[in-house]
Ligand binder design. Sequence first.
Ligand code: NAP
Length: 254
Amino acid sequence: MHVLILGGAGEARELARRLSGRPGLRVTLSLAGRTRAPEIPDAAARVGVRVGGFGGADGLADWLRAHAVAVLVDATHPFARRISGNAVRAAAAVAIPLVVLERPPWQAVPGDRWTRVPDMAAAAAALGDAPRRVFLAIGRQEVSAFRAASHHHYLVRSIEPVAPADLPPRAETLLARGPFAEADERALLAARGVEVVVAKNSGGDATYGKIAAARHLGLPVVLVDRPTRPEAAATVEAALARLDHVAGSADRGV
Ligand code: NAP
């Protein structure tokens, strides 16, 4: 039985690793190819890896048919909306089960000073009229939204460089790949004189350090909410249980 895992988050690699040793199961992990040196499961895990887009929902459906995929797993990042929509449409078109794995969002705890916003444009507006020193920890793809709030000074952190045309005029860039420890984040925020943090509510441990650091330093956080998908499994364990269930059904032809 062939399982295709749409990856891009740490949980996808973990799920692929956990499934790889199972007899009768062939596992392929699909990556978008956004980062030049993606973290892939080591060869010993016996996971096939493919890189690059499929060409929309139709292209994905074609791939599923051509490679006789029996179960599709969407373990992409919670903010990767397009591929998740494509996964829903492609699985329906090919009539195979779709298992969604999405870690839960962070919840505020006492001491957090969060302003929750629906998107990046709202995040830029929420920074206000007075110039501030902003830590932009949102990846590189939506940085251009902050050109609308060009009176702030930005420290922009991303894995791959931001396209120069996307940067607001007063921006410094920092290339780094998580996970980021709270102590390091605290040191960074203090050293750069950051006054407000902008982040996506990605959930998970790998990037929570900046949220904890902001709380510790008493700094406000503008936090972009994600579209909720109540049908998603929240942990690798829960996704494995769903896979066992749907794989069993697919095996019996039900
Ligand atoms: P997106 O907007 O949902 O997807 C854009 C296009 O990239 C998709 O239409 C698809 O191209 C291709 N794609 C995305 N994920 C893919 C995968 N796993 N395998 C093959 N093709 C894929 O996604 P995004 O926000 O640009 O994110 C790209 C990747 O980075 C995702 O895999 C995501 O999990 C990961 N990531 C995203 C974020 C974030 O904040 N958005 C953060 C960390 C990691 P086609 O239509 O041609 O198939």
